[in-house]
Design a protein around this ligand. Sequence first.
Ligand SMILES: CC(C)(COP(=O)(O)OP(=O)(O)OC[C@H]1O[C@@H](n2cnc3c(N)ncnc32)[C@H](O)[C@@H]1OP(=O)(O)O)[C@@H](O)C(=O)NCCC(=O)NCCS
Length: 153
Amino acid sequence: MNTLLIRPCLLDDIPRILDIRKRTFLHFAPSVYSTKEVKTLLEDINISELEEMIENKSLFVAEENHKIVGCGGWFGESVRHMYVSPEETKKGIGSSLLRVLEEDYKHRTCNSVIKAGVILYARPFYERNGYEFLRIDTDWDGSKFNRMQKKLL
Ligand SMILES: CC(C)(COP(=O)(O)OP(=O)(O)OC[C@H]1O[C@@H](n2cnc3c(N)ncnc32)[C@H](O)[C@@H]1OP(=O)(O)O)[C@@H](O)C(=O)NCCC(=O)NCCS
């Protein structure tokens, strides 16, 4: 079995993260979003937010055999940038990343609740990890997403 290493993300990791993000959205999003919404989703990335998270050490990457297979972190009060390579999904990598970022968030912010703006098809993933569904909301481009949150014990 391959060992999963979770470590803080570095600036040099950004191209790999962007590649995973693009491939995983192209894999999953077309089943629930229109072509136009998928295009907007792909383009809607704020690199300076990634850089700020890296500087704050609140973005993590998961590595298998020295290869990055996923990432996830927190920004403000929310989970941000959870992406796992499409060929590596449903192996527990996303859940492992969530556990690490939640623990880091809890200890560094002392907040007892973490929020998540969740793409429609990923709701079961967050529910499986203890998040409660709050409501469906509408993004700036008109697309729908789930507002969810988790109470951290
Ligand atoms: C959502 C995502 C991060 C999950 O990562 P993952 O490594 O596959 O998650 P895990 O293997 O830890 O899955 C944990 C549980 O969530 C469920 N789950 C994971 N992905 C799911 C999906 N796309 N649809 C429905 N359920 C899903 C699994 O059933 C699993 O439960 P099980 O082990 O009992 O079967 C990954 O699919 C991904 O990167 N998706 C595209 C990008 C994205 O949508 N990011 C989230 C933005 S809000």
